[in-house]
Design a binder for this molecule. Sequence first.
Ligand code: ACO
Length: 401
Amino acid sequence: VIDIGKMYGKTGMFTYDPGFTSTASCDSGLTYIDGEEGILLHRGYPIGQLAEQSSFMEVSYLLLNGELPSPEEYEKFNYTISRHTMLHDQLRGFYQGFRRDAHPMAIMCGVVGALSAFYHDSTDIADPAHRTISSHRLIAKMPTIAAMAYKYSIGQPFLYPDNSLSYTGNFLRMTFGVPAEEYEVIPAVEKAMDRIFILHADHEQNASTSTVRLAGSSGANPFACIAAGIACLWGPAHGGANEAALNMLQEIGTPDRIPHYIERAKNKDDPFRLMGFGHRVYKNYDPRATVMQKTVREVFDALKVKDPVFEVALRLEEMALNDDYFVEKKLFPNVDFYSGVILSAIGFPTTMFTALFALARTVGWVAQWNEMISDPGQRIGRPRQLYTGPAQRDYVPLSQR
Ligand code: ACO
């Protein structure tokens, strides 16, 4: 707690908490995390049960509405989302403005932000109907936007959504399908992808969600707010970690090289960290990593692939969890440790990993944004600072310096 009286000759106190390690910025009924016990609940339901038994569309409904849908509500929600999967055709031209080798996240930031220029009829945030339509639009269009970013980067034509498929099946087809050719969705891959989306749907006040809330607190429109969230998610300490984790596992290559990397991670003079390890909140096994590890096996069995990188990951986990450094600092594998291995087996290049995370997290961002805007006591977010600059002084004209 900082006594601002001492600093500025004024009365009052505020807390100084860099990184917000112990400051709540809001109240929320969406997601509960007990980092010590490794528990994650969405609206009270354990993530393991949702990942095993539910679907991404159902979890989306749950996060948005607070309760699981009835069969009729579920059908209606699915239908509504599938009605909004198309992008305005002028946005195709917007894609052409990017360099071919643009990172998909660069395209996502731009295209999602640009949605506010195309859908004026859903940007009046004071109107609950506008908020609902913009939420549905964002969730529905994100797979189309991400798949188009991928197609653009590899020089293939865009595929229009096929709304007879599931949310996830449609995304896989738009990403990997080719015009005029039948695309067969492999059920195990569809299931794994859907599960990955569930595992990334929301995670309370992480950096990108806090960014969305802060942007939204000023009254910015939802498309702009989600674009801000995408920008924040891009960083390697957040959404970029699964890309970094897979790169690291590939660089390690074989189990005999693991000890060298563990030693590097422990060396404070070396900036290297074990990517996919550690978490701000979890001081126990990330419950999402447990599901991920199981899903890797299912995908490998379905695709009949064997990837040495998975063996390296399993062995690295085992060695780190038996190392005093990682035990004492409570560093466990997080959700990103295994997700890159699965996504790579499915066929995604590493540059798409964070884009997939953004696709899934859009549901959480949108639900959190709605929760905040619906709160009558909501105020603009405005953190304080601890000023460390010079005291007041007089300006010296350029000629006298
Ligand atoms: N490898 C080696 N040491 C680590 C690691 C790691 N992956 N993570 C943390 N540490 C060490 C730090 O060096 C620090 O040591 P010290 O106390 O001797 O200084 C201590 O553990 C605490 O680390 P902090 O960085 O202070 O913890 P913080 O909560 O700020 O950071 C973070 C959490 C960013 C996730 C961190 O663990 C990290 O960089 N991990 C690797 C990147 C990663 O996997 N990110 C994905 C997060 S999950 C997500 O975004 C979906």
